[in-house]
Write a protein that binds this ligand. Structure first.
Ligand SMILES: Nc1ncnc2c1ncn2[C@@H]1O[C@H](COP(=O)(O)OS(=O)(=O)O)[C@@H](OP(=O)(O)O)[C@H]1O
Length: 437
């Protein structure tokens, strides 16, 4: 698609002066589909009226129309009273086009034009939401309900079965941190950037998943008391373990949350694959129930489709270097924290300290709050009544250990991927997780 983008000078002045008009300014066409509004006086237009008209009569506007399959010109309907630019420009353009080309101009109506557009560009049927929050001018004209502080500043990306629920639970204990509301569909996960149906619901829906207002409420001021310090700002976060591998999630996330901080947990990919298989069995996935782990990991593209698909979903999230590299096409690596999955299991308080430092959040005594529970075999949260609250039955499941043969098979399967991960981590100056050394 080639959207018509007006030359920069085009934004700087309307076409004709309107001294007697009630509007002292005119609004020029928007630049492409982004919100882009300029209000300037006609007298400032470089080159004057002749220059503007020449753009339509054989100039840049005419050439754009000629050379691009779809040109979209946009203008402000509410400002139409003053927008003589469009009213003068387009008749001039159409007149010139009919006189000097054999193009047949017609008006098929908006729906027919939309059908034609999407038949030419089917990939555009999926929108890419862009947050208006990073642009000062856009923020100034946002509707009152659109509160930029209701968007998360941190995403825990996954991958699945790497310990994301533990990290989510522990981080939620920090007084300056809040997470999203529970979802009916995916429990604690929002999955906005990885679920195509949810993504279609738009940014407003995404924001509604987070508490509003996100900061702790300010107590009413009593002038006879010394003023209390303002409440600390709250960091909003969400974890959706499906983000890590989803092909469009990095681009979608970047467009809405360009400043977000990201966390990825690197658990040993063989253990992660085994845990994922056990998870599928526990959820009665018919293929996982029917085929053993050995059969699943050794499936080939010529295996029955449901088996090779399960195998693919089991193994490929462990191609860590590939997924991390994809995220780094959109985000700077300083925005990404990599956590060692083994450390999270064995020394969760140290991992939480590391996370707080990355997020520049004040210290929280995780050392006292997280305690090992021998029955669960994992660290659990110590509640105010001194009882330990462990994660649910589906996290830290008991199942037979992986066989040595499967472990060896997976070690050689992941060896080239792990070597690439090591290279990537070295390039980024990161310490590799223990299982990779
Ligand atoms: N403290 C604590 N308690 C329980 N479980 C813990 C903990 N820390 C890490 N883990 C490991 O987390 C594994 C589940 O990973 P996820 O939470 O990412 O799974 S999910 O993708 O959200 O389903 C889970 O996998 P399984 O052992 O296979 O159940 C655990 O190995």
């Amino acid at each position: 698609m080639s959207l018509f983008s007006v030359p920069s000078s085009f934004h700087s002045s309307p076409l004709v002066p309107l001294p007697s008009s009630p509007c002292s300014h005119q609004v020029l066409p928007r630049q492409t589909c982004r919100l882009f509004t300029h209000t300037f006086l006609y007298s400032h237009f470089p080159g004057g009226r002749n220059q503007l008209v020449s753009l339509a009569a054989g100039g840049e506007v005419f050439l754009t129309l000629l050379r691009t399959p779809v040109s979209i010109f946009m203008t402000h309907t509410p400002n139409y009273c003053c927008d003589r630019l469009a009213l003068t420009l387009f008749p001039a353009l159409f007149k010139f086009t009919s006189r000097w080309t054999q193009l047949q101009l017609s008006y098929p109506g908006p729906l027919a034009m939309a059908d034609r557009y999407f038949s030419l560009y089917p990939e555009d049927t999926s929108p890419l939401w862009t947050s208006p929050c990073s642009n000062k001018r856009h923020r100034e004209i946002l509707p009152a309900w659109f509160n930029c502080s209701q968007l998360p500043q941190l995403l825990i990306l996954g991958p699945q079965k790497s310990g994301t629920t533990a990290l989510h639970t522990f981080l939620s204990l920090h007084p300056q941190v809040q997470t999203n509301r529970q979802s009916e569909l995916h429990y604690e996960e929002v999955q906005f950037f990885s679920d195509d149906t949810l993504y279609q619901r738009g940014i407003q829906w995404y924001m509604e998943q987070f508490p509003y207002p996100p900061s702790p409420s300010v107590p009413p001021t009593n002038s006879s008391l010394p003023s209390s310090p303002p409440p600390p700002p709250t960091l909003l976060f969400e974890k959706s373990a499906t983000y890590f591998v989803h092909p469009q999630a990095p681009q979608r996330a970047k467009a809405v949350l360009p400043q977000a901080q990201l966390v990825v947990i690197l658990a040993d990919p063989s253990h992660r694959a085994y845990s994922w298989y056990q998870h599928q069995r526990a959820h009665s996935d018919p293929t996982a129930v029917r085929f053993s782990f050995s059969e699943v990991i050794r499936a080939s593209p010529s295996s029955p489709p449901h088996l090779s698909s399960l195998s693919h979903h089991c193994l490929t999230p462990g191609h860590y270097h590939q997924h991390i590299s994809h995220w780094l096409e959109y985000y700077d690596h300083s925005q990404l924290l990599l956590i060692d999955g083994d450390e999270l299991v064995e020394r969760p308080a140290a991992v939480m300290d590391q996370l707080l430092e990355f997020l520049r959040l004040p210290f929280h005594p995780f050392q006292n709050i997280l305690q090992y529970d021998s029955r669960k075999g994992f660290y659990c949260v110590v509640e105010s009544n001194r009882r330990k609250k462990c994660l649910g039955k589906s996290k830290g499941r008991s199942y037979p250990p992986m066989t040595d043969e499967d472990q060896q098979w997976l070690s050689s399967y992941y060896a080239p991927h792990n070597a690439q991960l090591k290279e990537l981590l070295t390039r980024l100056g990161r310490t590799p997780p223990r299982w990779l050394i």
